[in-house]
Design a protein around this ligand. Sequence first.
Ligand SMILES: O=C(O)C1=C[C@@H](OP(=O)(O)O)[C@@H](O)[C@H](O)C1
Ligand SMILES: C=C(OP(=O)(O)O)C(=O)O
Length: 448
Amino acid sequence: MSGHGTPTPMTSHRCGPLSGVAEVPGDKSISHRSLILGAMAIGETKISGLLEGEDVLDTAKAMRAFGAEVVNHGGGEWSVFGVGVGGFAEPGNVIDCGNSGTGVRLIMGAMATQPITATFTGDASLNGRPMARVTDPLALFGAQTVGRKGGRLPMTIVGAADPVPVRYMVPVPSAQVKSAMLLAGLNAPGKTVVIEKEATRDHSERMLAGFGAEIIVEDTDEGREITLTGRPELKPQVIAVPRDPSSAAFPVCAAIITPGSDVLVPGIGLNLTRAGLFTTLRDMGADLTYENERTEGGEPVADLRARYSPDMKGIAVPPARAASMIDEYPVLSVVASFATGDTMMAGVKELRVKESDRIDAMAKGLRACGVTVDEGEDWWQVTGLGPEGVPGGATCASQLDHRIAMAFMVLGMAAQNPVTVDDGGPISTSFPIFEPLMGALGAKLSHG
Ligand SMILES: O=C(O)C1=C[C@@H](OP(=O)(O)O)[C@@H](O)[C@H](O)C1
Ligand SMILES: C=C(OP(=O)(O)O)C(=O)O
């Protein structure tokens, strides 16, 4: 849904040790893809553990608008009765993807090679984000787009009636662009090839193979080359969505900076394309261990145990790791504030085109809380104040960005003074149970 209504300020007060088990919700990336691929299969796809955050609920609504039957059985159990590749109906109304870049870009890809027209919109954050990165390459299949200046939503896509397969090198490290192209390639005859220079999250490739598509991934001189054969009949699946490592980041980082804490976050996917934050935290000296390592649904999974870590050191985070932790830089910058020395985060230009300009949003709020931050177009550096040294005591703007709001709530748990965000509403896009879950661990969050 567009907009989040009246802003709801939220304050995080310094708290005692965090302890207990944090069962974070299902993975957002996998949840979107389960619904979309379920809608493109023929028959009933059963999903358990679906993230019921606003972003994913908007994708569920969109799939209904394109003709799939989507049923919520309660308790995270959902069914999608798909219409098959090429079987989307033309929506009777505008598709509102709310705050979700993943939702809108993947759905645009899925409909762009079908002979239908759809108009997309979102909230103020989403309507400010760049869409040409998806609509330009979708034009290669034969789709046409009319949108606002600068390739912004709202925009209308006229899907290609006679799509052609495409070979495309993704110019930015973006799983959303890659996935939009693969979903479009599903209804193009012949082989669509998508090449990425840097590996980004590979849930689409894994799930396409799971649904029975012919998909080959090879490392070549040009990069990671993905070849998809179009017009498969996708077979419905039973999908158990793993818990989201990007949501796990918040209780993990909160435990690391809050004195005396010991928190277990069970069943977290450690797919290498997603687990960069945890490697980085360990490089900084965090007491973070993997317990009960196992494989579930073809993905490496472990229970994460995070304990208070007063001896953290700032590091230079390898730029090559950026894609595997892109959504975790806001909360990493909070941990960096409690470390000793500088943490340099480079090669992260993409942070400037998320739900907010995340470098700007975090830099402003951290500075207001007494932390020194330097920044350039594609890098930023946080100078740590040590485990007890962050003053806090400011109101920070969440800028319609869930990760910014949650990162500042984590900061307040260990800062000397309370930290407020002007609007905690966006948290429900990805982590609707953040407040009760963190409260049960011992966090002191209040409204206002
Ligand atoms: O494909 C996905 O599910 C996502 C890809 C990433 O975006 P980009 O593709 O823009 O890097 C990430 O930031 C987003 O939260 C989810
Ligand atoms: C960037 C994010 O999501 P999206 O691009 O789907 O809005 C995120 O969840 O951090």
